[in-house]
Write a protein that binds this ligand. Structure first.
Ligand code: SF4
Ligand code: FES
Length: 241
């Protein structure tokens, strides 16, 4: 690696919403991720830097940040791919309050899952046999298409509707609602459709596709939201909302 490429110039957001970027120079190494860079800064250059991570392998969803203006999971984003002219700008996720440095307050994000009735509600008890759901039914395939969400918030931070309308439930909560609408074992379908049919729900989506473009799990929240739009419209025509 040439000497000029032996380091990466990094600017990192410090402080709360009124903070500022701070510059660091971090040694490069092969297969280095953006999370490796942030960890180097915290462990070697400035132990006061606040950030979140857990699994480091793309499972927990806790490491998402804004990297050169784009929301990403940092543990699976290589510096080679994200750096521009050898530089990284690392900031907290957009559309969420900043607690400190790279740590955002995720309460609104997860409260909206609850508002969208994102909790499974079954009717059977542990004394009954397991429900047998055929994996090749249309409903189960629709549920499966959105089920691998890791709650990283990348879609939420990438959504311009959330930016303009902070009350909007957002792509992740609506994607979760769609998986449950298609879950044959769940008994809260009507409540859930009512919860997502309001002004802050699925019909507020402008189909800009930022969520689907950015989701690191390659999910398509836009398609889930389109499904909710169809199902809420049908329920309204039937007088069920
Ligand atoms: Fe993250 Fe994708 Fe889930 Fe959004 S839908 S929270 S981007 S995994
Ligand atoms: Fe768990 Fe990145 S640290 S997804």
């Amino acid at each position: 690696m040439p000497a000029s490429e032996a380091t990466v110039q990094v600017t990192v957001w410090r402080g709360s919403a009124n903070g500022a970027f701070q510059r660091f120079e971090v040694p490069r190494h092969s297969s280095q991720t953006v999370l490796d860079v942030v960890t180097h800064i915290q462990r070697v250059l400035d132990p006061t830097l606040a950030y979140r991570f857990s699994c480091r392998v793309g499972m927990c969803g806790s490491c998402a940040m804004t990297v050169n203006g784009v929301a990403r999971w940092t543990c699976r984003t290589h510096v080679d791919r994200a750096a521009r002219e050898g530089r990284l700008e690392i900031a907290p996720l957009r559309n969420l309050p900043v607690i400190r440095d790279l740590v955002t307050d995720m309460r609104d994000f997860f409260d909206k899952w609850a508002r969208a009735k994102g909790q499974f509600r079954g009717a059977s008890t542990r004394h009954e046999d397991f429900a047998r759901i055929r994996p090749d039914t249309a409903a189960r395939m629709q549920a499966e298409a959105g089920i691998e969400c890791i709650g990283c918030g990348v879609c939420y931070a990438s959504c311009d509707v959330v930016a303009r309308n902070p009350d909007y439930l957002g792509p992740a909560a609506l994607n979760r609602a769609w998986t449950l609408v298609n879950d044959a074992r769940d008994v809260a379908r009507g409540d859930r459709l009512r919860a997502v049919a309001g002004d802050a729900g699925c019909h507020a989506c402008h189909t800009q596709m930022g969520c689907t473009e950015r989701c690191p799990k390659n999910l398509a929240p836009t398609a889930s939201i389109a499904g909710l739009k169809r199902e809420t419209a049908r329920a309204a025509l039937r007088g069920e909302l």
